[in-house]
Design a protein around this ligand. Structure first.
Ligand code: EPZ
Length: 420
């Protein structure tokens, strides 16, 4: 297994270009199952979750080729309708092949994803939506076995106790594109990645309106054709670099961003005393003075993203005061606290709340990554910690960031990959 070794204390300087969005790409790759024709997906980030999704598609009979950051897929006549546990247990997003398989083949067998370190990760909203469309769903030996004689459009409320669901909205929206009649999804996810999926489906010939709002309308069509599409930039990667620049007292231009996707976090960075200049498709981030403590609460988009909570906590760990971090999406998403505290941070968890007492600086240590965004937070902490930090199990990081260590090195960080 790989580790990252970071020698901290060097301000990041220069510019970096953000890759395509992992969380837009994964459901869009699943959506290619809705047509037998060829699809061409551009600006695809090549990271381990991408390869996992392509393994699932190939298992189902899809032909898939990677050419640089472009992926060519053609599902043709699908050979299988099942997504085995070995795939779904490694990557929860695999679960969003359920909707397309059900719509295309009227049957699907997809392993339940199980939980992960950030939470129990239920799928009740996915199943509620597909049942509403007419699917008959049984759980057998850890698999969701779905079939449908006939699907028909319905009005579906898809809000749960934690608000909207990104991938439940994706699964139901994809199934509804080939479902006769009109489907209305209420309390739909408004994330940019959900909008990107809807735009790709419309490029294929679907009839979707309202994407980006809590009410999405899908008029079923008989057939979807292949399409060419370019994935939106990864807003979480962009924000990760912005926080890295602020943490290291550097000045970095982050290119290829949709500035409008970053509002909630830019607001909090400015409140913390970080200088952020917005360009047409870039942001310039600079920090000189001390950091002010800032309270954050994670919410569905356009609120503060849960996928940035760990990275922002690393920033607040060296602010000049006390900040409160409230995690409303995944109340257990705090595995990074113990590791940050091993680096000298002073963070105390109380249920879904964490109290961060800012310290002067962090100290290098050997730390363990536990999940994708926690590993990013530990790398960022290593950038400013005095002397050396080693981050183990960085396969978590490689799931969701394309060459993060190389990009940070280009900005002046002293960071290299080694064997554990
Ligand atoms: C997507 O996961 C993202 N993953 C996650 O990013 C992100 O953290 C999450 O949305 C929230 O923004 C991908 O897009 C591949 P949810 P998803 O369904 O769709 C509860 C990363 O780091 N819920 O929006 O699985 C759920 O427990 C990953 O890139 C139900 O109760 O998340 C959570 O509390 C991590 N029932 C809340 O809703 C359901 O059926 C939001 O989860 C589904 C979800």
């Amino acid at each position: 297994m790989d580790k990252l070794v970071i020698e901290g204390g060097r301000p990041l300087k220069g510019s970096v270009t953000v890759s395509g969005s992992k969380n837009a790409l994964l459901p869009i790759l699943a959506a290619t199952l809705l047509t037998p024709e060829k699809c061409v997906i551009k600006n695809a980030p090549l990271l381990s979750d991408t390869y996992t999704m392509l393994r699932i598609l190939r298992h189902l009979g899809v032909s898939a080729e990677i050419d640089g950051s472009t992926i060519h897929v053609k599902s043709g006549k699908l050979k299988k309708f099942n997504a085995p546990y070995r795939f779904v247990s490694t990557m929860r997003a695999s679960f969003c092949v359920l909707g397309p398989l059900l719509a295309r083949l009227k049957k699907a067998e997809v392993s339940l994803p199980g939980g992960c370190v950030i939470g129990i990760r239920p799928v009740d909203l996915h199943l509620k939506g597909l049942k509403a469309l007419g699917a008959n769903i049984e759980i057998k030996e850890g698999y969701v076995c779905a079939q449908a004689k006939r699907l028909s459009g319905k009005q579906i409320f898809l809000g749960g106790s934690f608000g909207s669901s990104v991938l439940a909205t994706a699964n139901v929206m994809m199934a509804a594109t080939l479902t006769p009649g009109t489907t209305i999804i209420e309390n739909a996810a408004c994330e940019p990645e959900t909008v990107d999926l809807a735009n790709f489906l419309n490029r294929m010939g679907a009839k979707i309106k309202g994407q980006g709002s809590p009410r999405i309308e899908i008029k079923g069509v008989k057939y979807l054709s292949g399409a060419k599409y370019e994935i939106i930039p990864d807003r979480i990667e962009a924000i990760t670099f912005a926080i890295a620049a602020a943490l290291s007292k550097g000045e970095v231009t982050i290119k290829n961003v949709r500035v409008e996707h970053l509002s909630a976090v830019i607001e909090k960075l400015v409140e913390a005393g970080v200088k952020v200049k917005k360009g047409k498709n870039f942001i310039f981030v600079k920090r000189t003075g001390s950091l002010r403590p800032v309270d954050i609460t994670t919410l569905p988009y356009p609120g503060f993203p849960t996928d940035v909570q760990a990275q922002f906590m690393a920033l607040m760990s060296v602010a000049s005061g006390i900040s409160v971090i409230t995690e409303k999406i995944y109340p257990d998403r705090f595995m990074h606290i113990s590791e940050l505290n091993r680096m000298g941070a002073q963070i105390f968890r109380q249920g879904p709340y964490s109290i961060v007492h800012g310290v002067k600086n962090l100290k290098g240590a050997q730390v363990m990554a536990s999940d994708l965004r926690a590993s990013a937070a530990l790398v960022l902490a290593g950038l400013i910690a005095k002397d050396k930090t080693e981050v183990f199990r960085i396969y978590h990081l490689d799931r969701g960031y394309e060459n993060l260590d190389k990009k940070l090195t280009q900005l002046g960080a002293r960071i290299y990959r080694g064997k554990q």
